[in-house]
Write a protein that binds this ligand. Structure first.
Ligand SMILES: Cc1cc2nc3c(=O)[nH]c(=O)nc-3n(C[C@H](O)[C@H](O)[C@H](O)COP(=O)(O)OP(=O)(O)OC[C@H]3O[C@@H](n4cnc5c(N)ncnc54)[C@H](O)[C@@H]3O)c2cc1C
Length: 473
């Protein structure tokens, strides 16, 4: 059966688009963090929507699981197959054409394998902004960011990927193509079907193209870097910034000192600009964007006045491009620095912004009781109430035993999150990392409804099995 499917795939796509040799498959079988490793019958690299549809039809008629993959930068193991070797990975990276940029409609239509950097460059070319920004933008794809509903650094102003999406083209699990790529901002023609596929992590269909919003490109930007004693002060500073900058504030990022230590250890090329010194406890980094320099200066004057009124320092205000790039390199390097340090237990949690200091206090106290001396690397998008909360020990043997007790550590963290009315998955998705936890933490009735939708669209359960929802027992 499996040899027959390989022969059909080869006939459909040709030898350079079907990888069966384990060495050629290797990069597709492991996740970015090196935490998940799988096997696959084949990795296919389609170049058109019709080829994707044909691949899906062939897999379904051979009862073969399908694992969609974009840039393979996801952090929850969603793009890694299981270890049975039965699945076909559909890697979308060769479907990366920009189909249309409509500057007047502030929209772009592109294929799913286009990277975020491709989208940004195409938007730049017509003096527009594609605002989704992640540390992995050179590799993360449009399809992967839609499938995980990625967030990133500018959600505060522009929203998550879901908010940027105007239309989708999707290959459904029966191989038919559903397409609604109209660049409309208002369209109330029945159910908003595209929402089913956004954040579904490839479990309901394979996204082949999308129409996304563009924005005017800001002409002037500044970054504020604050050195703060605790997370409560960061929440207050963020609140002050919101009241001064309102919609002009495009980012608000919190970084703890242990996180900065990892950056300094593993990314020595990353430096603070000028005479600034590394914060002892917390850094808060806030971006302000404006349509011209005069307006930006007025906003920054307002910030200095508000800080003086409250008896607080305005922090380092970086207005040169070089200084801003240096500060962004710190923020964008955090995931890489954590990866170079070794495995950690990662959490990506959503909380009310006001609940962040309480969470940090209560979670660290509870963890310290069970895991004395545990190292907490916390950072995140404070303006979105989204924390990345990573746990490890510096010493490898202790870290191995912590990894073996991931379940206990997760339980402690998620108990506090739930008590504070938060979410166990803010922007990275569920993948295989959290499918078990989702069952326990989803709002009442949600899993049941998700399963009904899944069964209706994918009755054989072949689209990315074991991701988001647990495989059926
Ligand atoms: C350094 C770094 C920084 C990051 N920073 C952020 C951040 O700030 N904010 C944030 O939200 N995330 C962040 N991420 C994780 C983020 O989720 C991914 O980078 C991105 O969303 C995944 O895109 P990808 O193309 O790599 O998808 P993949 O990893 O290939 O896939 C992710 C999921 O989407 C599915 N999928 C992929 N393509 C398709 C498709 N065409 N159709 C259907 N399903 C598909 C896969 O099956 C999988 O379930 C970061 C990751 C890294 C490595």
């Amino acid at each position: 059966m499996s040899q027959a499917l390989i022969a059909q795939l080869l006939a459909c796509l040709g030898a350079d688009q079907v990888l069966t040799d384990p060495a050629a498959q290797a990069t597709y079988l492991n996740d970015w963090r090196g935490r998940y490793h799988g096997r696959a019958l084949a990795v296919v690299l389609p170049q058109t929507t019709q080829q994707v549809a044909e691949v899906v039809r062939l897999c379904v008629s051979n009862n073969t699981p399908i694992v969609p993959q974009g840039g393979n930068t996801g952090l929850c193991g969603g793009a890694t197959p299981d270890d049975t070797g039965r699945a076909v990975i559909v890697a979308m990276t060769r479907m990366n054409r920009i189909r249309d940029v409509d500057a007047r409609n502030f929209s772009i239509t592109a294929e799913a394998g286009a990277t975020l950097d491709d989208l940004k460059a195409a938007a730049d070319h017509v003096d527009r902004l594609y605002p989704l920004s992640l540390g992995a933008g050179h590799q993360s794809t449009l399809g992967g960011t839609l499938a995980t509903n990625a967030g990133g650094l500018q959600v505060l102003r522009y929203g998550m990927t879901r908010d940027l999406c105007l239309g989708l083209e999707v290959v459904l699990p029966d191989g038919t193509v559903w397409s609604r790529l109209a660049g409309l901002r208002k369209d109330n023609t029945g159910f908003d079907l595209k929402q089913w596929f956004i954040g579904a992590e490839g479990t309901l269909g394979l996204i082949t193209a999308a129409t996304m919003k563009l924005y005017p490109r800001p002409a002037a930007r500044a970054l504020i870097w604050l050195d703060l004693p605790d997370a409560k002060s960061a929440v207050c500073a963020h609140e002050r910034a919101q009241s001064v900058f309102a919609g002009a504030q495009t980012a608000s990022e919190l970084i703890s000192a242990p996180t900065l230590t990892l950056v300094r250890q593993h990314l020595p090329e990353v430096q603070l600009p000028g005479t600034a010194s590394w914060p002892e406890h917390w850094a808060l980094m806030m971006e302000v964007s404006a349509h011209d320099q005069i307006f930006l200066e007025a906003l920054l004057d307002g910030w200095r006045r508000a800080c003086a009124r409250d008896g607080q320092s305005p922090g380092l205000v970086a207005t040169s491009v070089a200084d801003q790039q240096a500060l962004w390199a710190i923020r964008k390097g955090l995931a890489e620095a954590q990866k170079r340090e070794g495995l950690s237990i990662k959490h990506d949690i959503g909380l009310p912004i006001s609940g962040i200091p309480v969470f940090l206090k209560e979670a660290s106290a509870a963890l310290e009781q069970t895991f004395p001396g545990i190292r907490i690397v916390a950072f995140g998008h404070i303006g979105d109430g989204n924390l990345h909360y990573n746990l490890s020990y510096a010493e490898p043997v202790a870290n191995d035993s912590l990894m073996a007790r991931s379940h206990d550590a997760n339980q402690i963290v998620y108990d506090v999150v739930t008590r504070l009315g938060g979410s166990i998955a803010a922007e990275h998705g569920i993948g295989q990392l959290k499918s078990g936890w989702l069952e326990a933490h989803a709002p009442a009735g949600s899993i049941d409804l998700m399963r009904k939708l899944k069964d209706a669209l994918d009755p054989k359960g072949l689209m990315n099995p074991g991701k988001v929802l647990n495989a059926r027992r």
